[in-house]
Design a protein around this ligand. Structure first.
Ligand code: BGC
Length: 386
């Protein structure tokens, strides 16, 4: 009994946040120091205070704040207790989050890893405690502890980005600047692979000339790249999903380029946050006359950039669907049923059963239809919307 009380006390002190099933707001949100919101009401023997634990990578990118909001909306009507924790870009914090959730007796863990390989040890722990692990948006690699993967069609995301640039290019010799996501994120490879599948033939036929990656130039005759080959390119042009790194790299690329490498430029930017940084940097260069630049996520700020004609496109990944799929999956698991999946993704160790969601390309002409009419955002959140 003493031990149980000590554990309970430690939980309150360390996490200072305990949920219960009768909680009016079933979703707990925490990033930094927690304040006590609810004291355990069940018997100390039962540590099952939270049904589902959700771990998201960072609050510093609007993409993941969007996911949090959508989780809260989706869970408002559900009768399960859930806690959402953010890892703030740290795999160590991510593991602490998983441990904290395990201590609260979660039965399902929905986790988007900061670093796909580094997260393996955290979820191995969860698995050893009988928890069902759902990899959310990013695949956790190098472990057999992932039960399910809910994801968007990431190859299509990259292919749509590449296709947009191809559609905008005329003639030959168009300057192409490549940027990628973080090498620790499996998605960064899939996005790049998708983009390369469309861009490479147009590099090979001279439509585009790569201006910022000697590794990509060395591989430009290869229609498909191995992971190792992609690693070489990504190693040179990664943004690490970081706005400042995207800006610094763009500045360096523009400094190294001649005026002839500029003019009307084509930029593969991997997501919206980095696209805005890169677009701002290129447009500040007097030798750049026009940019075609990609993105993904339909972040509010990028929708405004598209309306304003600064960012050219985004790939809209409707987070409401991803959230619904993962919650539905979690609920089925809690009910002892087996969720339906649509395919598999290999994570280096096993084929993980996956549910995949399609994506939609958004440009200035369909912003209203895709983003506003679908109820994703309100028209009043933007200016100049036609
Ligand atoms: C997600 C993107 C996101 C990026 C950076 C990727 O894994 O799929 O939507 O923009 O991470 O956070």
């Amino acid at each position: 009994m003493k031990k149980i009380l000590a554990v309970l006390l430690a939980l309150v002190l360390t996490f200072a946040l305990v949920g219960c099933k009768e909680d009016k707001d079933p979703v707990k949100d925490d990033t930094e120091t927690k304040t006590e919101t609810q004291v355990e009401t069940e018997t100390p023997e039962d540590k099952s205070t939270i049904d589902v634990g959700i771990v998201l990578p960072t609050k510093d990118e609007p993409r993941w704040v969007q996911d949090e909001t959508r989780f809260k909306e989706a869970l408002a009507e559900r009768n399960y207790s859930v806690e959402i924790l953010f890892s703030q870009g740290s795999s160590a914090k991510e593991k602490e989050n998983v441990e904290a959730l395990l201590a609260q007796g979660i039965k399902v863990l929905i986790i988007c890893p900061q670093d796909g390989a580094a997260a393996a040890s955290a979820i191995d722990l969860a698995k050893s405690e009988g928890v069902t692990v759902i990899s959310y948006d990013r695949l956790i690699t190098d472990t057999d502890s992932v039960d399910y993967y809910v994801t968007f069609d990431s190859f299509s995301v990259g292919a749509a980005q590449g296709q947009y640039l191809v559609g905008k290019a005329t003639g030959t010799g168009n300057p192409l600047y490549l940027y990628a996501g973080a090498a620790t994120d499996n998605n960064a490879f899939i996005f790049f692979e998708g983009a390369w599948s469309v861009l490479q033939p147009k590099i090979a036929d001279g439509t585009f000339v790569i201006k910022n990656s000697s590794e990509a130039v060395a591989l430009q005759d290869k229609a498909t790249l191995t992971r190792e080959e992609m690693s070489k390119i990504i190693g040179q042009v990664t943004t690490n999903w970081d706005f400042s790194e995207a800006k610094n790299k763009s500045e360096a690329h523009l400094t190294n380029a001649t005026a002839a490498d500029k003019g009307k430029v084509f930029i593969l930017a991997p997501n919206d946050g980095t696209a805005r940084s890169i677009a701002d940097t290129y447009l500040a260069d007097p030798d750049v006359t026009e940019i075609s630049i990609t993105g993904q996520d339909a972040e509010k700020a990028s929708i405004q950039y598209i309306i304003d004609g600064i960012q050219s496109m985004t790939v809209f990944k409707d987070v409401r669907t991803l959230v619904k799929d993962s919650i539905d999956m979690a609920v089925l698991v809690l009910e002892g049923k087996t969720p339906e999946t649509t395919g598999t993704y290999n994570n280096g160790v096993i084929d993980v059963k996956a549910k995949q969601t399609e994506v939609v390309v958004v440009v200035q002409s369909n912003v209203k239809e895709a983003i506003i009419d679908s109820g994703y955002y309100e028209a009043s959140e933007f200016t100049g919307l036609k």
